[in-house]
Design a protein around this ligand. Sequence first.
Ligand code: B1M
Length: 235
Amino acid sequence: MSDEGDDIVLGELDDDELVQQMHDDLYDGLRDEIVEAVHILLDRGWQPYDVLTRALVEGMRIVGIDFRDGILFVPEVLLAANAMKAGMGILKPLLIETGAPRLGRMVIGTVKGDIHDIGKNLVSMMMEGAGFEVIDLGINNPVETYLEALEREQPDILGMSALLTTTMPYMKVVIDTLVEKGLREDYIVLVGGAPLNEEFGRAIGADAYCRDAAVAVETAKEFMARKHNQPVAAG
Ligand code: B1M
């Protein structure tokens, strides 16, 4: 995207120019430049959440549009994803509170057949930052992995992520299995991912669809408050 990139000194750009440059650098998969720019914005007093949303998430949104339109291909998008992850790696410890009382426990994973993990990682980071303990199962999780983790970790919340229209129906497989085993009422089930919507969340029997990581945090807090303040209905 940027041919003139070699001559640019990131530290000399003003905030808006730098964010614009980060969108370009993410597009071009320039990991080192993203790392440098994240540090510059933080040094200038930016909140980690603003760096995340305005520079990285927005940059990846642009990548997604050109991927959809066949302008970018998998290898390029992988480079962009790696650059994004490097930036997220710097922000993660800043977004995560330490020593705060735990609000609850969540097991989260991307469903079987799906290897997209940036959104899930972001949700994990934001949930940890808000005071939740998060057990991240990674990508491509079959129902058995979810069940084992639920039994082992005894979380309050099960989170599932899917980015493909072909993999999102698998969330229903997991929820139906919980119902069959009489376990559904033991967990708050939250789902998310770009192709989902509220209607889908309702249709598969999730407790809520979360549009983004901030909504996931708010929704998780609401459900935890309900769980603690009200008697749990007999399942
Ligand atoms: Co993929 N890919 N991809 N991809 N990829 C999409 C999803 C796609 C929409 C691109 C497009 O065409 N515009 C398209 C899906 C089309 C569809 O199904 N309708 C697509 C495709 C087709 C594919 C392949 C099939 C391409 C191919 O091989 N021909 C292939 C599938 C691989 C597989 O999974 N089996 C594939 C592969 C890849 C890469 C490996 C190259 C890479 C993934 C790298 C990685 O994740 N480590 C990749 C990427 C990066 C994308 C796009 C460009 C970006 C996804 C992303 O990270 N977004 C994506 C385009 C897009 O989504 N616009 C695309 C940023 C992230 C912060 O947002 O993940 O939506 P998101 O997460 C948000 C919310 O959705 C929500 O909160 C997050 C943070 O705010 N959320 C949750 C997500 N999970 C949640 C869980 C919760 C709560 C909220 O639980 C409580």
